[in-house]
Design a binder for this molecule. Structure first.
Ligand SMILES: Nc1ncnc2c1ncn2[C@@H]1O[C@H](COP(=O)(O)OP(=O)(O)OP(=O)(O)O)[C@@H](O)[C@H]1O
Ligand SMILES: [Mg+2]
Length: 317
């Protein structure tokens, strides 16, 4: 995630200070193209429990727990998390692994304790841990054994052994869920999952519109742009618009005239852009086939079997 959004400082006595993200960086669901089913699910499972705690309490439910977001790179995990923050208005702690891990023995555990103490004192709150696979690395992949101690300290905090975690939601995000130790996925930890898929046709239309709004554009056929960019991530689309803008600026400076972004410009760059999601699905397909005995990847499985057309487009047929 963008460095501006990080908020961890070190105090004069060497203790990390975690601060919530400035609200001005919050997004809302309107900023996110597509993902309609997920927005609905997030509303019921995350946002409403924070907004209507009394209602949920009546049914013995509280806000909080752990959710693991996973999916191909650039498809909006970090972006969607910021939108969740904006929608529910809870304090949002944006944490990266570098905020937690420290090369000195015992320091990482201290950071974890400080993080959880801070968040407990400021609930209701959401802690977003980006690229959690770096912390939750499968033990067999670990070369550094002190990381095991850190992992255990984190899991103990998540379990709320010493104090309760009511009204604290921990969202972890990863594009390598298969590298996350199964201990993280146990009940009471990251036991719910959100699969964030690549944008479908109508989501790509929306993402093109979001990225092109406020730019000098000719009349555009968004449907065609979306059709030609099948398999692109949201980040790929953003990249296309950035490159087209640069191309047009260059041409304006060269020709000393006024120009707009046209359909042809966009189609040309789309043609030259690599789809980044396909490779990820190669791995995902194996995982669904051979490592889904506990149903962890059920939503991914459903996505992969959703339609023959989808599968064909992803190169599985
Ligand atoms: N659904 C979407 N709607 C609008 N913009 C999107 C969407 N998905 C991605 N983007 C754009 O792509 C950028 C990259 O997305 P983001 O960083 O959230 O991806 P990610 O899934 O976290 O990737 P990674 O796995 O590499 O961390 C966002 O900043 C945003 O501009
Ligand atoms: Mg991310």
């Amino acid at each position: 995630m963008d460095d501006r959004l990080k908020k961890s400082l070190v105090s004069s006595n060497g203790i990390k200070i975690f601060e919530p993200m400035d609200k001005k960086y919050n997004l809302t669901f309107k900023d996110v193209g597509g993902l309609d089913a997920l927005k609905k699910e997030a509303n019921i499972k995350i946002i409403q429990p924070f907004k209507n705690p009394e209602l949920f309490k009546k049914f013995n439910k509280t806000a909080g727990g752990g959710i693991l977001m996973y999916g191909p790179p650039g498809c909006g995990k970090s972006y969607f998390a910021r939108a969740i923050a904006g929608e529910c208005g809870a304090k949002f702690y944006n944490v990266t692994i570098e905020d937690i891990l420290d090369m000195y023995v015992g320091e990482s555990e201290k950071n974890i304790k400080t993080l959880f103490d801070t968040v407990r004192a400021n609930r209701p709150a959401i802690v977003f841990i980006d690229e959690i696979d770096a912390l939750g690395r499968k033990r067999e992949l670990l070369r550094n054994s002190s990381l095991t101690t850190t992992i255990n300290a984190f899991l103990a905090q998540m379990d709320g052994v010493e104090s309760d975690n009511e009204n604290i939601l921990i969202i972890g995000a990863t594009n390598a869920p298969w590298d996350v130790d199964s201990a993280f996925k146990r009940t009471g930890r990251f036991d719910r999952t959100f699969f964030i898929p690549p944008p479908d046709q109508s989501a790509r239309v929306e993402i093109f519109k979001l990225n092109l709004q406020n730019l000098p554009i000719d009349s555009l056929d968004y449907y065609q742009l979306a059709l030609e960019s099948n398999g692109f991530s949201g980040a790929d689309i953003k990249g296309v618009v950035e490159r087209v803008s640069e191309m047009v600026i260059e041409s304006i400076l060269e020709n000393k005239n006024d120009q707009k972004i046209t359909q042809e410009h966009l189609l040309q760059i789309i043609k030259d852009t690599k789809k980044t999601t396909k490779e990820w699905f190669g791995m995902a397909k194996n995982v669904v086939e051979y490592a889904n005995s506990n149903g962890f990847y059920d939503d991914l499985k459903e996505y992969l079997s959703s339609s023959t057309a989808t599968k064909r487009k992803l190169g599985f047929l």
